[in-house]
Design a protein around this ligand. Structure first.
Ligand SMILES: [Zn+2]
Ligand SMILES: [Zn+2]
Length: 94
């Protein structure tokens, strides 16, 4: 029996705006202020640009080395939780 993993935010950190995070569904007025980076317990991240009331939500993805300062620290914390769910939830849905 398969269980479907749904990405769930376990931690979130605000960074300064660096780039468009959703080229397919761009919301230019959300650019230029804050980029919130959420971390799932599986270790994937999602970036969301926020500017005032406007938001632009990126897709969940695996982090690349050097993506965000501090994200590795978050991932280390998340890893401990991941061990608990390992084997139970293997199928990833974007
Ligand atoms: Zn996940
Ligand atoms: Zn954009």
């Amino acid at each position: 029996m398969k269980k479907i993993h749904r990405h769930k935010t376990v931690d979130s950190t605000d960074y300064g705006y660096t780039k468009c995070v959703a080229p397919e569904a761009c919301n230019p007025i959300a650019h230029g202020a804050v980029c919130a980076v959420e971390v799932c317990r599986c270790g994937w991240i999602r970036e969301t640009n926020r500017n005032g009331g406007a938001i632009e939500i990126g897709a969940w993805r695996a982090p690349k080395p050097g993506d965000y300062p501090g994200i590795l620290k978050l991932l280390t914390q998340v890893k401990e939780e991941k061990e608990e769910v390992e084997g139970k939830e293997r199928d990833y849905v974007l």
